[in-house]
Design a protein around this ligand. Structure first.
Ligand code: NDP
Length: 595
């Protein structure tokens, strides 16, 4: 492809230098401390605008087999696997008012899944559901979660609008006790914690937020009462409003086009431009869908993961911009200098292709230049959208590029940058989620294990687990999380894998008469060393990345950070590992007790 932007002629040294300069601008001494957590005096930003605030119900006091925390896909799939294993005695708890997790909370306009629906939505063959598009919108996914809730008969198990207040292991009864904000008191043999990954919204820690006189909210708590409209209808109340949005990550990229259509004026406050490629969404062809043979979904899910993690399968089933961009894993640890140079060049070329795309779409060359990313392709989650870039060709859309500095102050009328206040009626925070904060903090409760030891204390110098699922001192506590656990670009691939694994563990305990299971210390260290062995390629890549949540905002990181890492290579390796472990049947690395 010929390069349409002037930057297409830079040498590798010049590109490296440009990346370095852009990174330096964004490195901050406060690193991950640059955000406010939405709790305490900021808790109002986390209030649920979607469910009845006056909802009440009787407290539930019962003994059950399993308590599942989280009613998103992780919790639902864990419940599904318990049911499949004949375990029907379980409870589910969630702060949200319905099933869905991420898809309950994220209702901002245009919200959609950026991974193909045929590989993202779980259990499509079981439900017989045909997604309407290749990339479905959030409201369809939320409705699908409700459909799953009905199909899997989970509604009778769920305690919604309920927060876990305390969860503690009782050595005498060999059971967990969970109490909640609604007075529930649940005793269970197992707990499964599927608390989410990107679920705790954060705000930039800037001066003046409380002094702002207009309306404000975070994208994950969209207030349609103020904006008018709905996820499917135009936000008519914004026709006479000036709107500001802080952040240009994956969320803002989706929301900006609809805001641009609805608002009188839209100000987009940018710190780092997103890497935005083509989307090419299309409706599902029902005739094609009918041709799919049993087993198609599992095959397609694996094929997608292989295609974006460098395995280069014979057929590229999904064949989209993800698979094009990540067909070769440019983050892999190179075996020679030649390979290192080739991988780096490929990454340079891919990002250049994105810059060329921007130059082709955005008509004002100065604005186009400001929207161009100067970092490696996997430093941030890449975005794919066909309406985001054209939005900047509209006369009511104003890009306020802060050249890497970000907004550090908000005045009573709006954000201030470079001494200029930008007056807005509505200020939207598209500032993302906590990813690197302590696990118990993100959960919102601190489980107490044997002897009343809180998880925060047990993991004081960093997490220790076996397979990211079990941790010593917390018998029968099973986690579905990325802390030392599986992760994948298609989150549902990793979540489904771990949900199946925890379901298997509970079923195995039942079948073998096991009362408690927890890892031995040596097995936890062995697991950590296995994770460490995978990290070099990615650590090398991330070390020169522009700051973001994937590299802890560029902080060097301590042992706690290192020990919080996920399985960093392809999730296929994790799947093979746990499958082989299960097939051996000896529960190697676990201390088990039977009745
Ligand atoms: P991100 O953390 O990715 O983005 C936050 C944005 O806020 C960044 O652009 C950041 O800039 C900006 N920001 C932070 N502080 C300031 C400041 N002081 N001034 C100006 N800008 C600031 O959050 P998102 O909600 O966009 O996305 C989070 C994740 O959610 C994604 O990475 C993705 O994994 C997931 N997601 C998935 C989707 C899907 O379709 N599957 C859709 C949407 C989100 P900077 O880049 O400089 O830090």
């Amino acid at each position: 492809m010929t390069s349409t932007s002037e930057s297409g002629h830079l040498s590798p040294d010049e590109i490296r230098e440009r990346y370095r300069i852009e990174r330096e601008k964004r490195l901050r001494s406060d690193g991950t401390g640059q955000f406010k957590t939405i709790a305490g005096e900021w808790a109002d930003f986390g209030r649920d605008p979607f469910s009845d605030p006056n909802f009440t119900r009787d407290a539930v006091k019962e003994e059950t087999e399993v308590v599942i925390v989280g009613a998103g896909f992780g919790g639902m799939l864990a419940a599904h696997h318990l049911r499949k294993a004949g375990i029907t005695n379980f409870r589910m708890i969630d702060l949200a008012g319905d099933f869905g997790g991420t898809w309950y909370w994220n209702r901002y306009p245009n919200c959609a899944c950026d991974v193909e629906s045929y590989v993202y939505l779980p259990l499509l063959e079981e439900t017989g559901y045909m997604p309407t598009e290749k990339y479905v919108k959030a409201y369809e996914i939320f409705a699908y979660c409700q459909l799953l809730g009905r199909t899997l008969d989970l509604y009778s198990k769920a305690l919604f609008q309920t927060e876990v207040e305390d969860m503690r292991w009782d050595d005498e009864s060999q059971r967990w006790h969970t109490t909640t904000s609604r007075g529930d008191d649940l005793s269970s043999k197992f707990v499964i914690i599927a608390g989410g990954v990107l679920h705790r919204p954060k705000l930039p820690d800037v001066d003046g937020i409380r002094g702002f006189k207009g309306k404000m909210f975070h994208t994950s708590r969209w207030d349609y009462g103020y904006t008018g409209g709905s996820p499917t209808e135009k936000m008519v109340n914004l026709a006479d409003k000036r709107v500001g949005i802080i952040g240009t990550g994956a969320t803002a990229v989706q929301a900006v086009p609809k805001l641009a259509e609805a608002a009188k004026e839209l100000y987009v406050f940018q710190r780092t431009p997103a890497l935005v490629g083509k989307r090419n969404n299309k409706p599902t062809d029902p005739e094609w869908f009918k041709t799919l043979k049993p087993g198609w979904q599992a095959e397609r899910i694996v094929n997608f993961t292989q295609a974006i993690t460098g395995s280069q399968p014979e057929v590229d089933m999904v064949a989209d911009e993800w698979t094009k961009l990540f067909w070769t894993d440019t983050r892999k640890f190179p075996e020679s200098e030649e390979e290192a140079a080739a991988l780096e060049q490929l990454d340079f070329d891919n990002v250049q292709m994105i810059r060329d795309h921007i130059a082709n779409i955005v008509t004002d060359p100065e604005i186009a230049k400001k929207l161009m990313p100067w970092y490696s392709q996997a430093c941030k989650r890449p975005c794919f959208h066909d309406e985001y870039l054209p939005a900047f060709n509209r006369s009511n859309v104003h890009l306020v590029d802060t050249d890497g500095h970000g907004i550090n102050e908000i005045g009573e009328n709006g954000p201030i940058f470079d001494g200029v206040e930008y007056p807005v009626d509505l200020l939207i925070f598209a500032s993302g989620y906590e990813v690197t904060s302590d696990y118990h903090h993100r959960l919102g409760f601190d489980p107490k294990g044997r002897g009343g030891v809180p998880l925060s204390q047990a993991w004081g110098t960093g997490p220790s687990t076996l397979q990211g699922v079990l941790t010593r001192g917390f018998p029968n506590m099973l986690m579905i999380s990325t802390v030392q656990g599986a992760q994948a670009t298609n989150f549902l691939h990793s979540i489904s894998t771990v949900a199946e694994h925890v379901g298997w563990l509970v079923a195995k305990a039942k079948a073998d008469g096991i009362t408690t299971m927890e890892p031995i210390e040596a097995a936890q260290e062995e697991w950590f060393n296995l994770l460490l062995g995978q990290v070099f390629g990615i650590a090398r890549y991330n070390a020169v990345c522009t700051p973001g949540y994937l590299n802890r905002e560029g902080e060097a990181g301590d042992m706690t950070t290192a020990r919080s890492m996920a399985w960093m290579t392809s999730v296929m390796g994790f799947i093979d590992h746990v499958a082989a472990w299960r097939a051996r049947g000896d529960l190697a690395g676990l201390e088990v007790h039977t009745a």
